[in-house]
Design a binder for this molecule. Structure first.
Ligand SMILES: Nc1ncnc2c1ncn2[C@@H]1O[C@H](COP(=O)(O)OP(=O)(O)O)[C@@H](O)[C@H]1O
Ligand SMILES: [Mg+2]
Length: 255
């Protein structure tokens, strides 16, 4: 049977709460034992894996650099052998715990544009994703890098912002890039407002922002506390406000 994988990518300005929200999403999705989840940490500082207490042994960037090194040394010429090797390496980089798989992308490339290598890796990630029900990507600020390094098409592009004008500007810019410049293919787009201190702010932001506000989270001591003490978000209490809101947002996305 052809199973349809649903993908969600989170993006937005640095420090607005992408990783915290992504970690809460993974925690909630993981409870659904009927689902296989692939969590992709596309932040160079591997924040999502850390937030969920996952040790990363190898990143996609490590695989990429090894391949580039061997191309430079002309070690591998056979395309099939290269593909098999990449398949194996990517599977090796995947950490699986119960129904959740974790993959870290690593640093943005620095050794020039090896577009073919990027596109090979992207194809393999896309192939790997097919064996999961939900793929969740904790992105960097830009959407271009998701398109360039992780996946061509995203079902739900979700921007995260705090209530600052800067954060909202970034959301509007990403919308423009994604929609008009086609920086990434997506099916639906929305935003989550984070660190809200005054509910009135939500109403005024709704008027100024160009995307649907899917939900909002309070400034939350528990999120800060989990981060501060490096606790795994898998242990975040189910009945905490932030957890319930994130759960509701996922349900509204019909996942
Ligand atoms: N709702 C919230 N309430 C309080 N602190 C938060 C909240 N969301 C995020 N933070 C804190 O803000 C900081 C940045 O969050 P993080 O999720 O790492 O952002 P990003 O991934 O967008 O860079 C962290 O210290 C985190 O604990
Ligand atoms: Mg982050």
């Amino acid at each position: 049977m052809d199973k349809k994988t649903k993908s969600i990518a989170l993006c937005g300005k640095g420090g607005v709460g992408k990783t915290s929200v992504a970690a809460l999403m993974v925690k909630n999705l993981a409870k659904r034992k009927d689902l296989k989840i692939l969590a992709i940490d596309a932040d160079p500082s591997v924040g999502l894996c850390t937030a969920l207490g996952i040790q990363v042994k190898k990143t996609v960037d490590n695989i990429r650099n090894d391949l580039i090194r061997s191309i430079k040394k002309r070690e591998k010429t056979d395309k099939d052998a290269t593909l098999n090797m990449l398949d194996y390496e990517l599977f090796d980089a995947l950490t699986e715990i119960n129904n959740v798989g974790f993959l870290a992308i690593g640093r943005p490339e620095s050794e020039g544009c090896f577009c073919k290598v990027n596109s090979l890796l992207k194809d393999i990630i896309q192939d790997l994703a097919k064996s999961f029900d939900v793929v969740l990507i904790d992105g960097e600020a830009g959407v271009e890098q998701i398109n360039r390094r992780v996946m061509k098409t995203i079902d739900h592009l979700i921007m995260i912002s705090d209530t600052s004008a800067k954060g909202i500007n970034v959301v509007n810019t990403i919308k423009h890039l994604a929609q008009d410049n086609k920086a990434v293919d997506y099916k639906s787009m929305g935003m989550i407002l984070n660190r809200v201190r005054d509910e009135n702010d939500v109403q005024s932001i709704r008027k100024n922002v160009l995307v649907d506000v899917l939900g909002w989270l309070h400034e939350d001591e528990l999120i800060r506390d989990f981060d501060f003490h490096g606790k795994s978000f898998f242990d975040f209490p189910d009945d905490a406000g932030a957890c319930k809101i994130v759960n509701q947002i996922i349900r509204n996305l019909q996942i």
